[in-house]
Design a protein around this ligand. Structure first.
Ligand code: PGA
Length: 250
C-alpha cells in the first residue's frame, strides 16, 4: 500500500471548492483503493465536510495542541480531533516549526496523538544542505526527540515524512532528487535502528514531501524508496492530483 497524503494547508478559501476537491479525491481513492491509502489533511473547519463528502478517504489534521488543559485559546486537542474521525495528524511541519514548534513540543504532540490512537505524521527535514553533512544531525535530533519516550510497540502507529525545507512550497530552491530521498530513507532507518533495533527500524512508514507533482512522484517511490508522499499544492489541483495518483499506483 502506498500512502498518499494531501496537505491542504490554509486552502481552499471557498467551501464550495473544498467540497469539489473532497469529492474528486474520493473518486481517486475509490479507483485506486487496492494500491493507495489516501489521506486528506484539510484546515480544521473543513474536517466534517471532508469526512462526509470524501467517503473512503482517511481523515487527517494539520496540527494538534501539546497541551492537555483547556485554557489554550485557538488550539485543538487530540480528544477533540478524535471525535471528528481524525485518524492521522501532521506534526513538526516546517511551517509549524517556523511558528514556534520545537522538537520537544513535537514529542508532546506525538504522545497526545498516540494516546487517542491517532497516527502522527512526524515531519522532519533540514533547512539547507551542506557539504559536511551537518543536515544529517538536524534530522537525527528531530527524530530522536520526537520519539524520545515512544516505545517500540508504538512504532507501527508512527509515520515519518522527510520534507527538506529547501524543497517545499513555491519558494523551493529546487526539488530533491530521488537519490537524496533514498539516502535519507536509509539514514532514518539507521537512526531508528540505533534507537530501537534492526527489526523495529523497518516498522514506521517513511514518506517524502516537498514539491511532489505528477511528473516526479513515481521516482520518489521507485528510486527514492519512500513508501508514500506528502503533497501540498498539487493535492488541491484535481487533474494533477489524479494524474499523480495514477502514476504512483501503476
Ligand atoms: P508542496 O508542500 O508539495 O506544496 O511543496 C508540501 C508540504 O509542505 O507538505
Amino acid at each position: 500500500m502506498i500512502f498518499l497524503v494531501g496537505n491542504w494547508k490554509m486552502a481552499p478559501e471557498r467551501i464550495s471548492e473544498a467540497q469539489k476537491v473532497a469529492v474528486g479525491t474520493a473518486k481517486i481513492t475509490k479507483y485506486f483503493k487496492k494500491q493507495l491509502a489516501v489521506i486528506i489533511c484539510p484546515p480544521f473547519p473543513y474536517l466534517s465536510l471532508v469526512s462526509k463528502a470524501a467517503k473512503g478517504v482517511r481523515l487527517g489534521a494539520q496540527a494538534v495542541s501539546h497541551n492537555t488543559d483547556v485554557a489554550h485559546t485557538g488550539q485543538v486537542s487530540a480528544p477533540i480531533l478524535k471525535q471528528f474521525g481524525v485518524q492521522y495528524c501532521i506534526v513538526g511541519h516546517s511551517e509549524s516549526r517556523l511558528a514556534g514548534d520545537t522538537n520537544e513540543r513535537v514529542h508532546e504532540q506525538v504522545l497526545r496523538l498516540l494516546d487517542k490512537k491517532i497516527i502522527p505524521i512526524v515531519c522532519v527535514g533540514e533547512q539547507k544542505r551542506d557539504s559536511q553533512g551537518w543536515y544529517l544531525g538536524t534530522v537525527k535530533e528531530q527524530i530522536e526527540t520526537a520519539l524520545a519516550t515512544v516505545p517500540k510497540a508504538a512504532l507501527k502507529n508512527i509515520i515519518i515524512a522527510y520534507e527538506p525545507v529547501w524543497a517545499i512550497g513555491n519558494k523551493a530552491e529546487r526539488t530533491a532528487t530521488p537519490i537524496e530521498c533514498q539516502e535519507m530513507v536509509i539514514y532514518i532507518r539507521k537512526i531508528l535502528r540505533d534507537r530501537y533495533d534492526e527489526k523495529f527500524s523497518n516498522v514506521p512508514v517513511i514518506l517524502y514531501g516537498g514539491s511532489v507533482d505528477e511528473k516526479n512522484a513515481k521516482s520518489f517511490i521507485t528510486e527514492g524508496k519512500a513508501q508514500g508522499l506528502l503533497v501540498g499544492r498539487v493535492s488541491l489541483e484535481l487533474k494533477r492530483f489524479t494524474a499523480l495518483a495514477a502514476n504512483i499506483a501503476k
